[in-house]
Design a protein around this ligand. Sequence first.
Ligand SMILES: [Zn+2]
Length: 348
Amino acid sequence: MPDFSIGVDLGGTNLRIAAISTEGQLLEKITLGVKVALGRDHVIGEMCDAIKRLSDQYRGSGRFVGAGIGVPGIIDMETGMMMKSANLPGWSEYPVRDEIERRLGARVFLENDANVAALGEKWLGAARDVDNMAMVTLGTGIGGAIILNGKIFYGMNGMAGEFGHVTVEPNGVPCGCGNHGCAERYASATAVVRMAREAIESGQAPELARAASSDAEFSARSIYNLALQGNEDARQIFRRFGVALGILLADLVNVLNLDMFVIGGGVVSAWDAFAPPMFAELRERSLVYAATAPDDHLETDHFEKTHFEKKEGASAQIAAYTRKKTIITRALLGSDAGLYGAARIPAS
Ligand SMILES: [Zn+2]
């Protein structure tokens, strides 16, 4: 049996822990409901118990090389403390990493949740074969991560990759960050519900209003289901979503010129509804993308594809010089990306 590490994904509702071999094979995965309200010490206690249980179980067959923990927050990589976390009040200014290391007697690495998802996709998912990639995670908000030469790019103090707060609408809706028109106010699960509620309040979307009144949860998924059934108001919301995401991607492609941009997170399941306008916007706005988009594109819309193949001007000149393509694609590992990525850190 091979050596193994433990990957932990500490989310807002679940704490998931997996033993994964250093070759990338999932040995065992456990999911615990996490009661964040019971406080930091309770959550850390549950996490350490589960890590111990798994590591003891597999230690007989291989060496335990350490644990990686993906957390929703910005981490000071030197001190192993959380600088900021909206979902985990009371965790900042506390030596999270050192405390867990002390309890486990093993090497422990803390990493931002968007970064571990990117590391997972880089190791075993969509970005296996590329060294330069970015990941955009569409969930409650938008998470972002940049991998350059196979390694996370942190920026000066770990705050690089805040894609969710890139402006896509100068006079757009206010965001909790203090800005207006941030990408995550238009292209996230929260944004889908907000846009649906606004359409309902305008009185122009009777079918959405009916659906909302009969569905207690009325989530992004319910609105996507309506779009699938052909509801025009719901489809319009995902078009708006796709345009915003396309603007964000155009900026990222122009600035970074990476091999691959992986789109993940729960809302990526609505790909069919938002991807065609996303690609259209991307082509319109990014010279670099227009010059490097693959011919056998993942797009399904025939009109857009033929439109796109007519390269003109500067992008046509660049296209003549490069055979490398910018790949924009869906994540492959789903919600397990973070577990694999977290486990990869002590193993690499
Ligand atoms: Zn913002």
